[in-house]
Design a protein around this ligand. Structure first.
Ligand code: ANZ
Ligand code: ZN
Length: 819
């Protein structure tokens, strides 16, 4: 067959679409696979990372479809977000137009790759019907107290004029525009993800072996569970007086109650209410006030990377066990929103406390005996050990001391054992136009009231001025002014919109519901039960924490609200590696981007697909390589060239295995090994090492070409096309239709006989000269050996008559001939 990718790719893409080949079936008695590559942000054009992501998912989806699974393999668009607004400012376009134009453009690009998406379930998260249900979820959560409004210090990007989540601040800068982030106090809506901290942590265990262990570790650390003691330090009476009676104590949290006798000072976060009160009263020297103000303005994340700094507060607290007076400091290494924002400092046994104590010449007191010779001048001893200088707890080991001290505090009502999580509630409001409107109304007499369900969705007004200054919704009175759903009085809409991570937290659930029901149902109950969880979720490692944690959380919330029964949305997770060129991540700024469109235009989609799956295993980085692209193209061409040796058949040819020559056996072995490898690859034994599967196909094609038996060639070709179909679907469908009537796209099992390598090599001599070799099973009969041998050396026997046949079992056949 002449290889003409343009013609056949278009033909098959249309065929699949017209025949609805890739749409899922509604028959829930069929075995199912839900294969999902993370949906794209409609930035304008697809890049090689997308190509890789969707080709991996597509190969898996196509494989299981061929194995008679009912497959859901949907695509959609994560369509809200700041870039649309930034483009609007820059190009004077409208975010909506910009977004939908990008979607149709990228959709065409994805189509040109021949991806087997369940097209009829496609949606964009900015579609009003999607907003409707998201707003419904928001209201359900609000009514349950799972969403609340709170004033707090937030990361503020002065350039984007918006609040950023902690995760969106990278080294003190905005994740999008790289502007330095400042702290600003304002109202914000929060989702109580902390209510689910325990479950989010605990059920990670069920994902063991199914998710990359690296991702599990990152999630565990992010949730950050620690057990310890929480208790109050009382201020001394003179300190109480000094602060005017507004405070008489403050809480601390420690994971090392066993070090309690080693406390030599306490450190408070710069934002601690007690510190703020001191500042408000101006009861500190001017330079201290200035130093504190400076500390407060540095984003929390950055504080961890700068030298420790502190300000003596001139106050003292009473040690709960020794009664000693302990000095108070404000320190930049104490986090405001962890524990209680204050720590008991033990310089002898904690590194940060040690460093700080050295700098400000604060005393240290050893209370844990170390195994090695103690030299507490250089560093803190942070391990456990035996307690010393610890009153009634002397001689205890750290672990039991912790327990006993916690019990002591509880019995004497001094404090209690607590479990703390590092996880913070998720701030979900953004002061932005292009997002899902928060469905709340501010009424002067009723307070904050959710919008009536019958009025959902609340859609965005289109006639807005987007100039980059503040939230355009604030400046749109016609939209903002409304009626209170409760009292009917004049009220105003909330102008904040939701963080786009909310949309991506439930889109995978939405896909399970057929499009006909999108108006009437958030989720079809029976269908979500059938399709969930996602059997393979494929995406970048950059989503290891944020998206995956929010999606897990949201699923659990929707479960508790009665929308789904799913506990964990993603049964398996495959994190793909980055696509590099010249060793660096492809990026516009580096100018090393390869445009997928050009690649497809030049070589065809099948070459692009073969290249990305062959160049590296999915989880590893993929280095761009021009000659590997050409190699991929040549392989496909060779596959087409070889088709001429195929005998047209409509089922797997039956092979008479007893009499095969060595090369014939070898060819069959290679082919059936490929089939076996395919089974392994798709059962995720080796994280979908498509590269090894493709290499195996290439070897098999070579082995087939090295022998001349048309039945073996045909059988091998029949199998190879089937194995290659998920990878190079267009050419595989074309060849299969031409030669096999597509009969090969069904479950095929390797022939165990062909895989056996226990055959022996039998030399064949004619008149004492070696003329060939055959592969025979050990213990084959003399007759079988003779027959195979004569077959193999037939050209040496032509016109000859055999005078003598000598068979040495398992070793040799010698024929004596004469003309
Ligand atoms: C005294 C102590 C002695 C501590 C010692 C550690 C070692 P994790 O494990 O991450 O939960 N801490 C508590 N609240 C803090 C805050 N808001 N900002 C900074 N540090 C804080 O850490 C808990 C430990 O971190 C606590 O135990 C406390 O220091 C500190 F030899 O208390 B420890
Ligand atoms: Zn009202």
């Amino acid at each position: 067959m002449e290889y003409n990718p343009k013609a056949i790719e278009k033909k098959w893409q249309e065929h699949w679409k017209n025949k609805r080949t890739h749409e899922p079936l509604s028959d829930t008695s069929l075995p199912k696979k839900y294969i999902l590559s993370m949906f794209p942000y409609p930035s304008g054009r697809i890049h090689m990372g997308h190509v890789r992501n969707y080709c991996i998912g597509d190969a898996i989806a196509r494989h299981f479809r061929k194995q008679n699974f009912n497959v859901l393999h949907p695509i959609g668009w994560d369509a809200f977000g700041m870039p649309a607004e930034n483009a609007a400012i820059k190009h004077k376009s409208h975010p909506k137009k910009w977004t939908y134009d990008n979607i149709s453009n990228m959709r065409e690009e994805l189509d040109s790759l021949g991806l087997s998406f369940s097209n009829e379930r496609e949606f964009a998260t900015c579609d009003p019907i999607y907003s409707k249900w998201e707003q419904k979820f928001f209201i359900d959560m609000w009514n349950r107290g799972l969403i609340y409004r709170k004033k707090g210090f937030l990361n503020w990007c002065p350039n984007d004029q918006t609040v950023l989540a902690n995760e969106q601040v990278i080294e003190g800068r905005c994740w999008r525009c790289d502007t330095e982030v400042v702290q600003k106090e304002m109202f914000q809506y929060y989702v109580k993800i902390t209510d689910y901290a325990e479950e989010l942590l605990g059920s990670l265990d069920t994902l063991e072996g199914r998710w990359p262990s690296q991702v599990l570790t990152m999630q565990r650390n992010w949730i950050g569970r620690s057990e310890g003691l929480s208790f109050a330090f009382k201020l001394t009476s003179s300190s109480k007086e000094r602060i005017g009676g507004s405070f008489d104590s403050f809480e601390v949290f420690t994971t090392r109650p066993d070090t309690l006798y080693g406390v030599t000072y306490c450190a408070l976060a710069p934002e601690h209410p007690l510190v703020r009160e001191l500042m408000r009263q101006g009861k500190l020297p001017q330079e201290s006030l200035e130093a504190l103000a400076k500390m407060q303005n540095i984003p929390a994340k950055e504080r961890a990377m700068i030298p420790k700094e502190g300000v003596a507060l001139g106050l003292e607290a009473i040690h709960p066990l020794t009664g000693e007076a302990i000095p108070l400091w404000a320190a930049n290494f104490v986090l405001t929103d962890y524990g209680s924002g204050a720590v008991m400092a033990v310089p002898a046994h904690d590194e940060r406390d040690f460093e700080f104590a050295k700098k400000y010449q604060l005393p240290q007191k050893q209370v844990i005996l170390s195994g090695v010779a103690p030299s507490l001048d250089e560093a803190a001893y942070t391990e456990s050990g035996t307690l010393i200088n610890s009153g009634i707890f002397d001689g205890l080991e750290s672990e039991s001391a912790k327990e006993k001290i916690i019990r002591y505090f509880e019995e004497h009502s001094l404090g209690r054992g607590v479990i703390n999580y590092r996880l913070r509630d998720w701030g979900i409001s953004r002061q932005r136009y292009w997002g899902t409107p928060i469905p709340l109304i501010h009424c002067p007499s009723c307070g904050i009231v959710p919008e009536d369900f019958s009025n959902l969705p609340i859609t965005l007004p289109e006639d807005v001025v987007i100039d980059g200054e503040g939230n355009p919704l604030e400046k749109h009175p016609a939209w903002k002014e409304c009626r209170c759903p409760k009292c009917g009085g004049k009220a105003t809409r909330e102008t904040d919109t939701m963080d786009t991570f909310v949309e991506s937290s439930w889109y995978f659930l939405r896909y399970t519901t057929p499009k006909e029901e999108w108006e009437t149902h958030a989720l079809n109950e029976a269908m979500q039960r059938y399709w969930m969880g996602v059997d393979e979720y494929i995406g970048g490692i950059e989503h290891a924490i944020l998206h995956l944690l929010y999606a897990r959380f949201f699923t659990k919330v929707l479960r508790d609200l009665g929308y789904t029964e799913t506990n964990e949305p993603f049964t398996h997770l495959l994190t793909q590696g980055m696509v590099l060129k010249d060793g660096a991540k492809m990026s516009k700024s580096k100018g090393n981007v390869v445009d997928p469109d050009e690649l497809i235009e030049r070589f065809g989609a099948d070459t692009a697909r073969l290249f990305v799956l062959f160049a590296a295993p999915p989880t590893r980085e993929l280095e761009w390589n021009d000659s590997a692209v050409e190699g991929a193209y040549r392989f496909i061409k060779r596959l087409c060239d070889k088709a001429q040796f195929v005998q047209k058949v409509s089922s797997l040819p039956q092979i008479e295995t007893a009499t095969l020559s060595k090369t014939e056996k070898l060819a069959r072995k290679k082919v059936h090994e490929t089939l076996l490898k395919a089974q392994e690859v798709y059962s995720r034994k080796n994280a979908y090492a498509f590269n090894t599967l493709i290499a195996s196909c290439m070897e098999a094609l070579n082995a087939l070409s090295d022998q001349e038996n048309p039945a073996i060639f045909t059988e091998g070709y029949f199998i190879l096309l089937s194995v290659l179909e998920p990878i190079i679907p267009h050419v595989a469908w074309e060849l299969s239709q031409e030669y096999f009537g597509l009969a090969n796209f069904k479950p095929l099992a390797p022939d165990t006989q062909a895989l056996k390598s226990d055959s022996l090599t039998i030399a064949i001599t004619v008149n004492g000269k070696k003329r060939g070799e055959i592969e025979m099973a050990p213990g084959s009969s003399n007759e079988a050996m003779l027959e195979a041998a004569k077959n193999e050396v037939s050209k040496w026997l032509e016109g000859m008559s055999i005078i003598k046949e000598i068979v040495v079992p398992d070793k040799l056949v010698n024929l004596v001939v004469k003309p």
